[in-house]
Write a protein that binds this ligand. Structure first.
Ligand code: PMP
Ligand code: GLN
Length: 387
């Protein structure tokens, strides 16, 4: 009965690890969601919007106030110019935006280049559109963009490249030279880029988030996707957006109109308020997360794992290597959740072949006491012979 793409899918690793963490009262550093970072003013704006209404379907493109705020925020922080009326669509989370983009743009037989380790929602929707994900692997510890392999992966059937910067799960932030290389690929082979930039505001060490959308010669080939869930630490709100030139946005909006059609108006009003908050909010979030990152990296090193601070998103990769007695990162993460009371996610889940072993991902967007407690639990587990 079932569609064969979804019949072949497993339950997502985030759901598996979060439910396991719940069942064992583990500290959940697995699934990426923040703790205690929601701005109070944003919540107040949401409460007021719920009280004041409206409560009926807004425009399928999103509330004008939010579309304006998305355009203004992109201009303020990323020097991006977009026409809010013609080039911005509000969606129910970036997950929906990605789905709209893949269903709206792809035809059966099209090939789409993805970089592994890859966020897990892209592949199944690309396949459900009848298109073919073509994986190009980045390798640890540098996770450099393998230019030769990218060139070799492009065929006459290639239609799109997915560019996730800052990149989940490794926190890589693409630099100007890497984006220029990808822009040249788009131009040389007449391709579109689907740019998943949900972590656009989460960049550290003074590094800037750069978007292909800001490259004038490829702007009309770029679909830029964002999420308020990450920018305001409200992942349950599911407010996302798509930015693309009008002709490219049209088929994406057509897909959106039959998938969710609209997005809760009160939350849209609150996010519009949030995007207009002063620079201090956005820089404060970075400073806070950078300190949490540094604390977790130091803790993991102290425990004997190899860990490097990444410049973006809110994840740290720990190399378990020989410490992983299971020789299987999923088994290691399960055992750590049950025995130590700390959950992480195995990096193999982000590879189509499930074949990179020896690395696990921790989310550091938690309060300092939570990270301290997780460290203490891991130390106790190590001392009991857990790893
Ligand atoms: N893309 C990436 C890379 C993500 O990490 C996430 C996180 N959930 C999403 C898309 C989906 O975002 P949303 O929660 O807004 O659907
Ligand atoms: N993006 C989040 C992560 O990488 C999870 C979102 C989800 O569970 N789909 O952990």
């Amino acid at each position: 009965m079932a569609n064969k793409v979804f019949a072949a899918c497993e339950t997502t690793i985030f759901e598996i690890m979060s439910r396991l963490a719940e069942a064992h009262a583990a500290i959940n550093l697995g699934q990426g969601f923040p703790e205690g970072l929601e701005p109070a003013e944003l919540i107040e704006a949401g409460v007021a919007a719920l009280q004041n209404g409206p409560h009926q379907y807004p425009s399928m493109m999103g509330l004008p106030a939010l579309r304006r705020a998305i355009a203004e925020n992109a201009k303020r922080f990323f020097a991006i110019e977009a026409d809010w009326e013609r080039e911005i669509l509000v969606t129910s989370g970036a997950t929906e935006a990605l789905c709209d983009a893949f269903l709206g743009l792809l035809d059966p037989g099209d090939e789409v280049i993805l970089f592994e380790p890859v966020y897990d929602s892209y592949g199944p929707i690309i396949r459900r559109a009848g298109a073919i994900p073509v994986a190009v692997r980045l390798e640890p510890p540098e996770w450099r963009l393998p230019r030769e392999q990218i060139r070799a992966a492009i065929t006459p059937r290639t239609k799109a490249i997915v560019v996730n910067t800052p990149m989940n799960p490794i926190g890589k932030v693409f630099d100007a030279a890497e984006l220029r290389f990808l822009a040249d690929c788009l131009l040389a082979h007449d391709l579109v880029a689907v740019c998943d930039e949900v972590y656009e505001h989460l960049v550290f060490d003074g590094v800037s988030h750069l978007s292909l959308f800001a490259f004038a010669d490829v702007r009309d080939r770029v679909v830029r996707i964002g999420s308020a869930g990450k920018t305001f630490s409200v992942t349950g709100w599911k407010i996302g957006y798509v930015m693309a030139q009008a002709e490219l946005l049209t088929p994406i909006a057509r897909a959106h109109q039959f998938i969710t059609f609209t997005t809760p108006p009160a939350l849209q009003t609150a996010v519009a308020f949030g995007l207009g908050m002063p620079d201090a909010y956005f820089s404060g979030l970075k400073t806070t997360l950078e300190a949490r990152r540094d604390f977790l990296v130091a803790s993991l090193r102290g425990l004997g794992f190899e860990a490097r601070p990444a410049s973006g998103a809110y994840f740290t990769i720990a190399k378990t290597g020989l410490l992983d007695k299971d020789g299987d990162d999923l088994a290691f993460c399960r055992r750590m959740t049950v025995e130590a009371g700390v959950a992480a996610v195995p990096l193999s889940a982000f590879f189509s072949g499930r074949d990179l072993q020896g690395y696990i991902r921790f989310c550091f967007a938690k309060t300092r006491p939570t990270l301290e407690q997780a460290t203490a639990r891991l130390a106790a587990w190590r001392d009991r012979g857990g790893f």
